[in-house]
Design a protein around this ligand. Sequence first.
Ligand SMILES: [Zn+2]
Length: 79
Amino acid sequence: MPVLPPPTTLVIGATTSHCGNCRQPTLPDDTHHNLVPGGRPSRGCGARFAAMAPADPQITNDDLRHIRPDLPIATDTTP
Ligand SMILES: [Zn+2]
């Protein structure tokens, strides 16, 4: 049985979002990093999104809460 990566941050941008664990693109409404979207979609790392953070300065906390009302906003800004 594979070892799951630790919970991570969903990093939400204006046009794309990515996973804080493997830094590959992700769908912004996934509960886990199950899919790397794109021209040739592939499997994500499987990490659970436990929080979210903005990827671009124009993304406000209100935007984040609107996109994912179920996730807390990460206050830890270390990359
Ligand atoms: Zn990932």
